[in-house]
Each structure stands twice: as structure tokens, then as C-alpha cells.
Design a binder for this molecule. Structure first.
Ligand SMILES: [Zn+2]
Length: 403
């Protein structure tokens, strides 16, 4: 096959993959293809790397059908979205070859029980491992390790050995190109994951079918640890907003009384919500995990405010404040920062926006100088690091799961 024919096949496979799993479309489009010659046997699975490159062997691309290539694209993008390289047991310590293979099998089992209808024969499922569907890779990993300790064999004989690349375990492979810039930065990859999770939620809300593994994953990705709903409704209840006491008559949602008066739309009562500005600390001390958790908390704030109906103002801040952004979903957020920390700049920017916010939520590790108490505006500090410091005049909530 000529090069243009190969790329045509690649594109057809990607379209097919996006058709099979529409919620993965953005992620599939973000994959960057790298054509490799002379490593055919090792590239049967179109392995990826954590920089979102997919290595396509010329011979393999020519040999496999569009359907098979589509399967591997969905499979590899799943390794990347679910952070299997980051989750690899032992982390940065180099695992032994058999450990690497066990982790590959465990992650494949986590992925492939959701893809049963389109499986290629080489794909490992939990059934091949003699284990139930629906577990996490870590659970399969421990079960495989226990069984190999008890029975002495390395890998279940029912599985086909294969290599899903460093996208699965983080260890560089010989065919990988370290001269290529990552197709996605780690932050953009996080945003792509959040966007994918949001699409999964949308499909679920529309009663569309989404595999159980993806539903669980989306819940986990989008789950804030703080009950923003409780915090925001407490503010409204206690009359802390500038608009307190004012109750709007709105025609947006029909009143329940309307049922008794057919043909007449009555205004329903809606309490005004506080105007909220979120400050996100994007300084260099914020780790990738903290940032991901910060974004999940923003999702929680948006959800508490009524997703899609209200705009949230978000200001990212390191030693200086970046331009305020208004958004209805977290995937629209542009993240600027990476320098030193001074959230005072962020507070000054937030307080100069109009209308002035009733509430400022500062999501930070707390390693920042704090301003004086801003008059007339409530402040909630969401601390990403238990060792961080927050001022006495603010209400502090601890964000869990962001070491
Ligand atoms: Zn795999």
C-alpha cells in the first residue's frame, strides 16, 4: 500500500472508532499518528505513548482491516484517558518484564470488558484471565499476581502476549520517538478527559447506552470532593447574597400549578443564586493531580449552580491574575500559569469584575500570601494540600484526593 492509501485507512478507522464510541470522538481526534517501518511484530496493537502519539507499523496498517485498526484506536485511547501509565504499580520504578506484561493484561481486562462486541481475537478479556468483568486494572493486577504466586506460572495460557506501549505503563519503547513534542500536554490531556467524561454524562442523561466501565470512570473523573451544592444553598438560605430576599418570577420553568390551568403558563418562583467567581491557583507548586482535582471542583460548582444555565467566572492566577473567563462547562477553561504564587492578584482581579461577586471560591494549595478580608464578599478557600494555610476570615474546606 502507498502512504496515502495507508493514511486513508487510518482515517477510515478513526471515523469508525468515533462512530462506535461517539463520546471518545474528541480524544480520538487528539491522537497523533506516527508511521513506523521495520518493527511490525511489536506494533500489532498500534501502541501509544503518554504524549498521545500512536505508532502505526506500515506492515500492520496494511495487513489489518479498518475494523481491527478501529478497535485498537479505541483501546489505546482508553489506556491514555484512564491514565494507565500513571497508575502502573511501582510508579517510576522500572517493573520487571513479567510485571509489565501482567500490568498490560490487567489494564486490557479493564478496557476490553466494555468492548466485547467489537473485540479482535488478540484482545484479552477478564474471561481469558478467569476473572469477573467490571473490575479495575489494579484489582486484576492483584488477582493475577496472587494466582501466579500460588500456581507458579507467569501468565494465563489463554492470553496472547502483546504490547500496548508506554501509554499503558510509562516505560519508553524502542520504536518511540523522543524528538516529537507531545501531541497533548498533560494539562490538555486532563481537559480532554474531563470533556470525554462530560460527553458520557450527556449521553447517559439522554438515556443513551454507555458501557458500565465508562460510566464508572466518568463518575470518578467528574466527582468533586466538596459538596458545593450544600455550600451554595446554605449561602442562599442564610441570606448572604447581595440579592437576598429578592425572589424572581421567571417563565423559564413552568409552574406546577400550570397543570391545573391548561393553556396558561404561570411564572414560577426562583431564588437568585449568589454570583460566584472561582480563583484557581495555577502556580508551579500545583501538581497535575491537584489541578485535575481543582477542575473537578469547578465541575461541582457548575453543577451546583445548574449546569448550562448560568455562567461561572473563573480566574486563573499564579503570581499574576489572567483574564477572567466565563463558562458553563469546565472543558472550555483555558489554563494559564506555572509561575510563582500570589493569589492577592487574583482577589484584586475578582473584586474588580462587575457585578462584584457575592462569593469567591479560591482553589489553592495555600502556599500563597493572602489579602485582607474583602468587604462585602464571602470567601471559601478550597485547600488542595492539608499542609497549606488559609486566612481566618475565610471559610476553609479541605479537598480530598489531591496529594
Ligand atoms: Zn492494551
Amino acid at each position: 500500500m502507498t502512504s496515502p492509501e495507508l493514511w486513508e485507512k487510518w482515517s477510515a478507522a478513526r471515523v469508525r472508532a468515533a462512530h462506535q464510541a461517539p463520546y471518545l470522538a474528541t480524544a480520538l481526534l487528539a491522537l497523533d499518528r506516527v508511521l513506523v517501518t521495520g518493527a511490525s511484530g511489536e506494533l500489532r496493537r498500534f501502541p501509544a505513548d503518554p504524549g498521545w502519539h500512536v505508532y502505526a507499523g506500515v506492515e500492520e496498517l496494511a495487513r489489518q482491516s479498518v475494523q481491527e485498526v478501529a478497535f485498537w484506536l479505541v483501546h489505546q485511547v482508553t489506556h491514555l484517558l484512564r491514565g494507565h501509565a500513571r497508575r502502573c504499580p511501582g510508579g517510576v520504578v522500572e517493573p520487571l518484564p513479567e510485571e509489565r506484561q501482567t500490568w498490560n493484561l490487567a489494564t486490557d481486562a479493564e478496557i476490553n470488558d466494555d468492548l466485547t462486541s467489537d473485540l479482535t481475537p488478540e484482545a484479552t478479556t477478564p474471561a481469558h484471565l478467569g476473572l469477573p468483568d467490571g473490575w479495575t486494572a489494579e484489582q486484576y493486577w492483584h488477582a493475577l499476581r496472587d494466582s501466579s504466586r500460588r500456581h507458579g506460572h507467569d501468565l494465563p495460557p489463554t492470553t496472547t502476549p502483546g504490547d500496548c506501549g508506554s501509554g499503558c505503563d510509562g516505560l519508553p519503547r524502542p520504536w518511540e520517538r523522543d524528538d516529537l513534542p507531545p501531541a497533548l500536554s498533560s494539562t490538555t490531556a486532563r481537559l480532554t478527559a474531563l470533556d470525554t467524561a462530560r460527553r458520557i454524562r450527556e449521553r447517559l442523561n439522554a438515556q443513551d447506552d454507555v458501557p458500565a466501565g465508562w460510566r464508572r470512570w466518568a463518575d470518578q473523573v467528574l466527582e468533586p470532593t466538596v459538596s458545593w451544592c450544600r455550600h451554595l444553598s446554605a449561602m442562599v438560605r442564610h441570606g448572604l447574597t447581595q440579592a437576598a430576599g429578592r425572589v424572581d418570577h421567571t417563565y423559564l420553568r413552568p409552574s406546577r400549578r400550570a397543570a391545573a390551568l391548561p393553556g396558561i403558563v404561570l411564572p414560577s418562583l426562583r431564588r437568585p443564586l449568589p454570583s460566584v467567581t472561582v480563583l484557581i491557583d495555577t502556580s508551579g507548586s500545583i501538581t497535575e493531580t491537584m489541578l485535575a482535582q481543582a477542575l473537578a471542583e469547578v465541575t461541582g460548582v457548575l453543577r451546583a449552580m445548574g449546569v448550562g444555565r448560568r455562567l461561572l467566572t473563573v480566574i486563573t492566577c499564579d503570581a499574576r491574575a489572567y483574564r477572567p473567563q466565563t463558562l458553563t462547562r469546565v472543558s472550555d477553561l483555558r489554563l494559564d500559569g506555572g509561575g510563582g504564587t500570589d493569589l492577592r492578584a487574583g482577589f484584586a482581579a475578582a473584586l474588580s469584575t462587575r457585578p462584584r461577586p457575592d462569593l469567591i471560591i479560591a482553589i489553592t494549595d495555600g502556599r500563597t500570601p493572602w489579602p485582607h478580608r474583602p468587604p462585602g464578599t464571602r470567601v471559601v478557600v478550597a485547600l488542595l494540600d492539608p499542609a497549606g494555610r488559609s486566612p481566618e476570615w475565610a471559610r476553609t474546606v479541605h479537598v480530598e484526593g489531591a496529594p
